[in-house]
Design a protein around this ligand. Structure first.
Ligand SMILES: [Zn+2]
Length: 427
């Protein structure tokens, strides 16, 4: 068994789900410290510098540049140590199976066979005769994103074993609570020191994604005028009806269940209350900035119309931007996408880029000034018990990372060699 697989199995066995109900604290679950400590020890063992687990379970470390690349900008690599909360994960029984085609069977749970098939995951057909890591069906695997963590640590193992491999100074971060939207939020970018970075948190081998949704949430509050319904004619104002009127003005086909690709949506996420007071909440998503802004106006206009019809400010709306499509901020650093694609090609993998229908840690980091595309971690069927990670893909991903860091051991076209502001904090 190669070291990346051994490492992945060891990390996967440690349950570390994040908890959206405890999102006010980071980490949201103490178990994330368990995996943080194990990973930090692995980083120390391989010889990483400045290895640290902070009070929020962020694991950070640095790796010195190869000789001759000391003055080049520091490159960051990020993965997350928490796993999804949507499926059971304690205990985790990861195992390696030989896939011989047809159904990939995880196991049997309460008399029901947990399996996936090429019909569900067409790419599975390409893995016949290969080893695949999955669970026994009783829990999720956590390849999202422990595969990414293992791949990055194994990259360092490779660099340690072969000093002839070129690379700039590397900054490593394994962050908690990505699955509940926190992720790299508390990462001190100044101290960490990377000029640009990659998250290794994507899906199938070959992914280079640098496009996400623009995202906002809208909170609507309505008040009514309560009157005995038997004597209400011309008097009663029903708060619930007002919110339904707002909703009825939104395009019915622009909802998550009817959209894909680059199609944006309004998602009614919450609706509650009484005839006296009621509340609804939406999330608004679109890849295109103009259409995104248009959606926000559309919802505001719908509220304004209902208020105008009712003759008062019965409905209020507040909209908060959550994150932005990182494409605009990545484009000035085209080498990030180009180098990643070339690294995949060097390793015999055809790279692909698809607009992500969500956000990533990288999207938030990109707008904090750290351009950060997302690369494949190689897990399939994430967030459920049918999750699996092909062994050979993980091994190839380590090769890709070795190739990729090598591409940053030379100056990037049009980019000055070093940035004192960003590297000063490093020893
Ligand atoms: Zn992830």
């Amino acid at each position: 068994m190669t070291d990346v697989i051994e490492r992945f199995l060891r990390y996967a066995e440690i349950s570390s789900q994040s908890d959206p109900l405890n999102a006010a604290q980071t980490p949201s679950t103490l178990t994330q410290f368990d995996v943080a400590e194990v990973v930090a020890n692995d980083l120390l063992a391989v010889g990483a510098l400045d290895v640290r687990v902070d009070e929020h379970a962020y694991v950070t470390a640095h790796w010195p540049a190869s000789s001759g690349a000391e003055d080049l900008p520091c490159l960051g690599l990020i993965a997350h140590i928490d796993t999804a909360w949507q499926a059971h994960e304690n205990p985790v029984h990861p195992r390696v199976v030989l896939y011989e085609g047809g159904d990939l069977v995880m196991g049997e749970v309460d008399g029901r066979v947990v399996k996936t098939s090429p019909a569900e995951v067409p790419a599975l057909a390409g893995y016949v005769g290969q080893e695949i890591v999955c669970t026994d069906g009783t829990s999720l695997l956590g390849g999202d994103d422990k595969a990414g963590v293992a791949e990055i640590v194994s990259l360092l193992v490779r660099l340690a074993a072969d000093p002839s491999l070129p690379h700039p100074r590397l900054a490593i971060a394994f962050v908690p609570d990505e699955e509940i939207g926190h992720g790299a939020e508390l990462l001190d970018l100044g101290a960490w020191g990377a000029r640009w970075a990659y998250t290794v948190d994507g899906g199938m081998l070959g992914e280079v994604s640098y496009e996400t949704f623009n995202a906002a949430e809208a909170k609507l509050r309505a008040r009514g005028e309560a009157v005995h319904p038997g004597y209400a004619k011309g008097l009663l104002v029903n708060a619930l009806e007002l919110l339904l009127k707002v909703h009825a003005q939104l395009p019915p086909l622009e909802r998550p269940e009817f959209t894909e690709g680059r199609e944006g949506y309004f998602f009614l996420d919450r609706f509650e209350g009484s005839n006296e007071t009621a509340a609804s909440e939406y999330i608004i998503r679109d890849h295109d900035r103009e259409r995104f802004e248009g959606r926000k106006r559309e919802l505001e206009d719908a509220v304004a119309l209902v208020n105008a019809e009712q003759g008062g400010d019965y409905v209020t709306i507040s909209i908060r931007d959550e994150y932005q499509n990182m494409r605009e901020a990545i484009e000035p650093h085209a080498h990030l996408v180009e180098n990643a694609r070339l690294a995949f090609e060097d390793c015999g993998v055809t790279p692909y880029s698809e607009p992500v229908r969500g956000g990533t840690d990288g999207a938030r980091l990109t707008f904090r000034g750290l351009p950060c595309p997302n690369l494949s971690a190689c897990s399939f069927n994430a967030h459920g018990p049918k999750e699996f990670v092909p062994v050979k893909d993980m091994e190839t991903m380590v090769d890709v990372l070795v190739d990729l860091v090598g591409r940053y051991a030379v100056p990037q076209p049009g980019v000055e060699a070093s940035d004192p502001d960003r590297t000063a904090a490093l020893v």
